[in-house]
Design a protein around this ligand. Structure first.
Ligand code: AMP
Length: 632
């Protein structure tokens, strides 16, 4: 068997051969004429001329051999519902919903915005959209109305699919009323909204002519059969918004053929899940991990996927391991934060169930600290695979690839570049490669491999400028992460180079949170920084200047203002962006040219040295930050 090193080398030396072999795992309605077109760097077009359909590959092509096999197992510990869909049943659901979308005028290239809790209809909606050649944009349910409105205006969907409510920790979390508010704020609202009524929100209002009931529409289209729309490989499958340094989220655009090939291959090369075996990914469909490893990769591969609505500790902290035992899960994929949550519980739960089916526990989304990795591996008796990637890449960039070779892993390291990725660590100032154990910007030499973003939705220029023009002297893709590489070739990811923070594996731009805080009319200025947190990795902390200092002159004024700011962020951005703390100061530390000294603020908030302060305009500002932190 080939070694990892040899396979990785070949994946770059002979891209055509490497990806041609993997493309054979996918059904093509029309074969591609060229593996890669890289005539217009940095835009890469994979499997040029090939025509295919993601839904056909994820559903239809398995019907003959796997029609009776479970495709999707839905488990909600919130509502107590458990339901399994065979590939045959999944095909019926998806066809029916595709017909429903057609009936509302959705066709090839139109966008469908999906704002849904973790219910099977969300998966049906994604698959039905790509079946008819439309483009989905799933927005995480934790985003508030204003954030949803921004995404609606950027993607301009023809139809939205939503639900009355989700459930979290036993409480109903309304979705539909946020949708109503977002549609009021949006400049280009969709004409129709299809609503799954779970009976969780009795107050839900409907707008006649616009709002349609999923169940009634489904009844009209029972037994529908909708042929797949065959797309050219580079045509878009979906848009997924992600945070960056500006307040405006970027729509990561994914192609069709490259994504299908890369994801299917990753199930074999990286995640070691065979067709017919079960994968359990604990993310949410609103994030890239949910797109790739709850929905597309397991289904493309003919595997069974588990969709879980609920918390890892309810009804008790053994629930995930119970699911693993019951469904003979082969590979599980979760986040370091979830494991840190479980680490605080009674360890007996980790040993209670038979986990012998499980090959690996993959963890990604944020740095995995060594104690957590060691603890999980020892208490579960299962190998832990830390792996690193981003919304933009769609699948792992740095990872062990046990399907190729089971290389030893080092705690704290996501191992090596996945096959297809030419990774370099570059000096921020010179663009030159750094040496062993030296910190550099983690960059990918283009062309980006199949499956990675093809552009920013509607904005090719932003794609090039944002990602390919930040390292001096060369056109490389910047991940905006710092990393080192040791003498054995193991990478260690150190954190972001930009003003993006990572809360429990969720990426948030500090600018976005600042804009949300500033929506409060009493705020003159604010700086938000990410501060290290033992559980969630990082937490946003705000330092705000109020317009009228009298409002925060005493403790009750401070408490009231803090609450108002938190509520404003909940409303503008969503509770995921809510600062862990808000401090009040009368000025913010800035350079003489007016740039916020975020890194110094962050250093102080983490109890570190604020660093080089030669450019600071008023040193008193930093002293205020120090005092504010003492007052907490
Ligand atoms: P997102 O696009 O929301 O998935 O966030 C991607 C970012 O999460 C990366 O740019 C990293 O900063 C961070 N990240 C993801 N996986 C890891 C990992 N295994 N170790 C360290 N950081 C990670």
């Amino acid at each position: 068997m080939a070694t990892y090193a040899e396979t990785h080398r070949l994946s770059l030396a002979d891209r055509d051969a490497f990806w041609r072999e993997r493309a054979a795992l996918i059904d093509w309605q029309t074969p591609f004429s060229r593996v890669l077109d890289y005539d217009r760097p940095p835009f890469a077009r994979w499997f040029v001329g090939g025509r295919l359909n993601l839904c056909h590959n994820a559903v239809d092509r398995h019907l003959a051999a796997r029609g009776e096999q479970a495709a999707l197992i839905f488990i909600s510990t919130e509502t107590g519902q458990r339901k399994s869909y065979t590939y045959g049943e999944l095909a019926s659901e998806v066809n029916r919903l595709a017909a429903m979308l057609h009936s509302q005028g959705v066709g090839k290239g139109d966008r469908v915005l999906i704002y849904m809790p973790m219910i099977p209809e969300a998966v049906f909606a994604m698959l039905a959209t790509v079946r008819i050649g439309a483009v989905h944009s799933v927005v995480f349910g934790g985003f508030a109305a204003a954030s949803l409105a921004t995404r609606i205006d950027d993607a301009t969907p023809k139809v939205m699919v939503t639900a009355d409510a989700g459930m979290r920790g036993g409480k109903s979390v309304p979705y539909k009323h946020l949708v109503d508010e977002a549609l009021r704020l949006a400049k280009h609202p969709p004409a129709k909204v299809i609503i799954v009524d779970r009976g969780l929100d009795r107050q839900m209002k409907r707008t006649p002519g616009r709002d349609m009931d999923y169940a009634s529409l489904a009844a009209e289209h029972a037994g529908a059969c909708v042929p797949c729309e065959w797309l050219e490989s580079s045509e878009p499958s979906y848009i997924l918004y992600t945070s960056g340094t500006t307040g405006k989220p970027k729509g990561v655009q994914r192609d069709t053929g490259g994504y299908a090939v890369a994801l299917n291959a990753s199930m074999r090369d990286i995640f070691c899940v065979k067709p017919g075996e079960t994968m359990f990914t604990t993310s949410d469909i609103g994030w890239v991990v949910g797109h790739s490893y709850i929905v597309y990769a397991p289904l493309l591969n003919g595997s069974t996927t588990i969709m879980y609505e609920g918390l890892p500790i309810r009804p008790d902290p053994g629930i995930w391991w119970q699911i693993v035992a019951e469904h003979r899960v082969r590979t599980m994929f979760s986040s370091p934060t979830a494991i840190r949550v479980l680490k605080k519980q009674d360890p007996a739960y980790m040993k209670k169930y038979d986990l012998s089916s499980m090959n690996y526990l993959f963890l990604a989304g944020e740095p995995l600290d060594e104690p957590t990795a060691r603890w999980a591996s020892e208490s579960l008796g299962v190998p832990i695979v830390d792996h690193y990637w981003q919304t933009e890449s769609g699948w792992p960039i740095l990872t062990a690839s046990p399907g190729i070779e089971d290389t030893p892993r080092k705690f704290g390291s996501p191992s090596f570049p996945a096959c297809g990725y030419e990774v370099k660590l570059l000096d921020e100032a010179t663009g030159k490669e750094v040496g062993v154990d030296q910190k550099g910007v983690l960059a990918i030499v283009p062309p980006l491999p199949p499956g990675c973003m093809s552009t920013v939705w509607g904005d090719d220029e932003r794609f090039v400028k944002t990602y390919f023009e930040t390292v001096p002297g060369r056109m490389v893709y910047s991940t905006f992460d710092w990393a080192t590489c040791d003498a054995d070739g193991y990478y260690f990811v150190l954190g972001r180079t930009d003003d993006v923070i990572n809360v429990a594996g969720h990426r948030l731009g500090t600018r976005e949170i600042e804009e949300a805080v500033q929506a409060h009319p009493g705020i003159a200025e604010v700086a938000v920084v990410g501060v290290a947190d033992a559980l969630k990795g990082q937490l946003p902390v705000a330092f705000a200047v109020v317009k009228d200092p009298a409002r925060v002159a005493d403790a009750s004024g401070v408490a009231a203002m803090r609450k108002e700011i938190m509520d404003t962020v909940d409303r503008e951005l969503g509770a995921i962006g809510r600062p862990g703390a808000v401090h009040f100061v009368s000025l913010l530390p800035k350079t003489r040219s007016g740039k916020l000294l975020r890194r110094s603020i962050q250093a102080l908030a983490e109890g570190r040295d604020p660093g080089d302060l030669t450019t600071i305009e008023d040193p008193g500002a930093l002293e205020q930050i120090r005092q504010a932190l003492l007052l907490r």
